[in-house]
Design a protein around this ligand. Structure first.
Ligand code: F6R
Length: 270
């Protein structure tokens, strides 16, 4: 079947979740689940992660920032506080950090992770690329080495940018790109303008894991919420893979779970 033909039906309806049936997605080793709400979706993803945490002495997580993972981190923190879930075997690596922001800057991804996750759970370690550095290439090589020395990423959480980026791999990023300094797209900077209190305050560059770095994760879970992500997600999953839309490279990973609410994934049900 041509990759751009959308032919999706219901495979299973389990409680409130719909798993979409599509030859294209099946061939890609990709599952798409649409939930009535992001909270329900996050509970389902937390169930998967908790099973991984309980199964292993050590788990290397790839973690994302932004608005998408917030309800997920809330759910993990709730499980820590109310159910005593331990994250002591967890070592985390974040996808990216803005250039020029110190860890103390309120909009740094370091601050974000402290506030929403690391400050509230007992994880063993949490790494982010630095925002301040002398030599970008060296800082990126060191980050790659740290990931490798930890044994590689077992379980990677992703969001998707309005322009189809994953991490800060903006359109044009190659499938085999590695952790590097990248100039942020105008679209990405505009999306961030509100949290920074205006476009002028949004950094122009970042350090980001590469597409190749992300695709080396053994398991990838991508979350998308709201109608604003609907069209780009549809294109990423069903158009041919292209560097113009870096999220499309997930099609050839082989072990990807996409989880959406009705706004972002409702198209799959019609
Ligand atoms: C964040 C990241 C980005 C975001 C994406 C979506 O660490 O790497 O790829 O996942 O920009 O952002 P939100 O979730 O704010 O819509």
């Amino acid at each position: 079947m041509a990759k751009n033909v959308l032919e999706i039906g219901y495979r299973e309806i389990i409680l409130s979740k719909v798993i979409c049936d599509s030859e294209v997605l099946d061939e890609a080793g990709l599952t798409l689940e649409v939930y009535p709400s992001r909270e329900e979706a996050c509970r389902a993803v937390a169930d998967e992660l908790v099973a991984e945490i309980r199964d292993r002495r050590e788990l290397v997580l790839g973690l994302a920032t932004g608005s998408t993972p917030l309800p997920f981190y809330r759910e993990l923190v709730r499980r820590r506080q109310e159910e005593g879930l331990s994250f002591q075997g967890v070592v985390g690596f974040n996808l990216d950090e803005y250039e020029g922001l110190s860890p103390e800057h309120p909009e740094s991804y370091y601050s974000f992770m402290q506030k929403h996750f690391y400050g509230q759970v007992d994880a063993r370690a949490g790494h982010l690329p630095p925002g301040i550095y002398q030599n970008a290439a060296q800082a990126c090589a060191e980050y790659e080495t740290k990931i490798r020395e930890a044994g590689g990423i077992d379980w990677q959480l992703l969001g998707i940018g309005g322009n189809g980026h994953i991490a800060f791999n903006e359109p044009g990023s190659a499938r085999d790109s590695r952790t590097r300094r990248i100039e942020l797209d105008e679209r990405t900077r505009l999306d961030a303008a509100r949290t920074f209190g205006g476009l002028a305050h949004v950094p122009r560059a970042a350090l980001t894991m590469g597409v190749g770095t992300v695709l080396e994760a053994r398991r990838i879970v991508l979350m998308a919420w709201g109608e604003g992500k609907s069209e780009i997600l549809h294109r990423a999953l069903l158009e041919r893979e292209t560097a113009d839309l870096p999220a499309s490279f997930l099609q050839s990973h082989g072990n990807v779970r996409i989880v959406t609410d009705m706004g972002a994934g409702g198209w799959a049900l019609s």
